[in-house]
Design a protein around this ligand. Structure first.
Ligand code: HEM
Ligand SMILES: *[C@@H]1O[C@H](CO)[C@@H](O)[C@H](O)[C@H]1NC(C)=O
Ligand SMILES: *[C@@H]1O[C@H](CO)[C@@H](O)[C@H](O)[C@H]1NC(C)=O
Ligand SMILES: *[C@@H]1O[C@H](CO)[C@@H](O)[C@H](O)[C@H]1NC(C)=O
Length: 455
């Protein structure tokens, strides 16, 4: 009996070791390739738990990434929720990957959507191209170029002023949710002609939640919003096939595109909330910001006229405050790609099908470019030249998939700060803590009391 027991135990040990080796040293086509160093953690859960441990009150990138870079170097492998991942914090590698968009790699969310949206007989690559063109197209049409300069800038200013005026008649306001509501209302109506108050369908309002998690950080773990969304998607899919497929699919893409855009607006409210936190903690910055914006009003013939594009272009300290906030914000720990083919970088192989996480924020915290990198210091932007920035500042991503809403976001944030500091006084009442878990969040919000300067 004991003999059989021992044999069984030995068998289990051997079997488990075999599993573990297979798990930790995967092969491609039977050949063991040179993977980047790193640990695949435990079978199934990988190193997910470590990524989910929140970091508190440090603006630094998530310790999950920091620690592993120290241990393994800038390229390492890991496993998140059963999905093998190569993490790269190597700027050269990241630049190369960005240049391979649609060829060796594809954006992670586009890749997962492509399966849903492909028409009969359409290849995944074609479907991705179609969804992507549509999304980029409507963004640039609505939020880019001339219409941004001539039509939208004054509309932004008026809407911001209406909202701040409303805040000033109330007690303390939680900034993150108040700004989210403000942007949602503004874009729904101004850009998409969608009336929040009178519309009977609530689809668009529901969709942001549905998409938010997809865009933020797609950890498919039971209990997370992302998990719920994936389940929803897979419930919808058979319905789509059941109906006249192409018609419903087009419709769904349109809705999805709006959803993605509304999710993108969340980044604007997060950035502005962080800016307000930094301004509250740095009175000298607030002073110079106010001085620059008041000077703009003083130069005008009519101080009540609206901010022009030419004036906006002269507000370099305001832009520095926005840039400095974007440098430190780094909402997700990295941008996600899927390897479409085996990729060779720096002597390592990234196997086809693996997820790639490009840690673009790493360049934002390089002490050689940004002295004392964790310090909020908008004055540093005076000494940074465009050549340095093209390599060391990429809050909107890189390559051909760069953010289509970047110009709009910068204008919106500058206009918001302009109205806030010229027309209102405000103090932080409570909150202001941050956490990265793994995306940037404000666990107890940022609450400010706003009052009009004219009172
Ligand atoms: C501070 C605010 C924002 C930040 C920091 C930001 C950041 C980014 C980043 C990093 C990417 C690239 C993602 C990747 O490579 O995986 C991206 C893509 C994109 N963003 Fe933004 N975004 C912001 C606001 C917006 C807004 C307001 C819109 C819409 C008006 C928008 C629309 C898009 C679109 C359409 C893409 C996909 C572009 C493409 O694939 O060609 N973003 N954004
Ligand atoms: C003013 O704020 C209140 C409370 O947040 C909100 O219910 C109301 O709709 C706002 N009104 C306008 C005109 O923005
Ligand atoms: C939403 O925007 C419209 C103008 O487009 C404004 O009349 C309305 O009061 C706003 N509502 C809220 C809640 O901000
Ligand atoms: C802010 O960053 C952009 C790059 O996105 C750069 O072109 C611009 O010069 C920066 N502004 C200031 C004032 O440094």
């Amino acid at each position: 009996m004991l003999g059989i027991g021992l044999v069984l135990v030995a068998f289990c040990v051997i079997y488990y070791t075999h599993l573990l080796i297979k798990w930790r040293y995967p092969k491609i086509n039977g050949v063991r390739v040179q993977l980047p160093p790193g640990s695949m953690g435990l079978p199934i859960i990988g190193e997910t738990i470590q990524l989910l441990i929140p970091s508190y009150n440090s603006i630094d990138i998530h310790p999950f990434v920091r620690k592993r870079i120290q241990r393994h170097g800038p390229i390492f492998r890991t496993n998140l929720v059963g999905r093998p991942v190569i993490v790269s914090a190597d700027p050269e590698v990241n630049k190369y990957i960005f240049s391979q968009e649609g060829n060796l790699v594809e954006m992670w969310y586009l890749d997962s959507f492509a399966k849903l949206f492909a028409f009969e007989g359409e290849s995944k690559v074609t479907a991705i191209g179609r969804v992507h063109r549509y999304l980029r197209g409507i963004t640039l049409n609505h939020f880019g170029g001339e219409s941004l300069r001539e039509k939208m800038l004054p509309q932004i200013e008026v809407a911001v002023n209406d909202n701040l005026c409303n805040w000033s008649t109330q007690g303390p306001v939680e900034v993150k949710s108040a700004i989210s509501r403000m942007i949602f209302n503004f874009t729904a109506k101004v850009a998409f002609g969608y009336d929040v108050e009178t519309s009977k369908g609530e689809k668009i309002e529901n969709l942001p939640n549905f998409i938010k998690s997809l865009m933020s950080f797609p950890l498919n773990i039971p209990g997370t919003t992302f998990h719920k969304c994936m389940k929803d998607i897979f419930l919808i899919k058979p319905l789509m096939i059941w109906h006249q497929r192409s018609f419903l699919t087009e419709d769904f893409i349109a809705e999805l595109a709006f959803g993605i855009l509304f999710a993108a607006f969340e980044s604007v409210s997060t950035t502005l909330t962080l800016a307000i936190k930094f301004l509250a903690e740095n009175p000298l910055v607030l002073e110079e910001l106010t001085a620059e914006n008041e000077a703009v009003l003083k130069k005008r013939e009519n101080p009540d006229s609206l901010l022009t594009w030419e004036e906006y272009k002269t507000m370099s300290f305001t832009t520095s405050v926005v840039n400095e906030t974007l440098r430190l914000m780094n909402i997700p720990p990295g941008l996600l790609r899927k390897a479409l083919k085996d990729i060779n970088v720096k002597g390592y192989t990234i196997p086809a099908g693996w997820t790639i996480m490009l840690v673009t924020p790493i360049v934002h915290l390089n002490p050689e470019t940004y002295k004392d990198p964790l310090k909020f210091n908008p004055w540093r932007w005076k000494d940074l030249n465009q050549a340095t920035l093209s390599k060391s500042f990429m809050p909107f991503g890189g390559g051909t998939r760069q953010c289509a809403g970047a110009e709009f976001s910068k204008v919106y944030m500058a206009a918001f700060l302009h109205v806030l500091v010229t027309k209102y006084r405000w103090t932080k009442v409570k909150g202001g803590r941050i956490t990265r878990s793994p995306i940037l969040l404000f666990p107890d919000g940022v609450h400010i009391k706003v009052s009009s300067k004219r009172d």
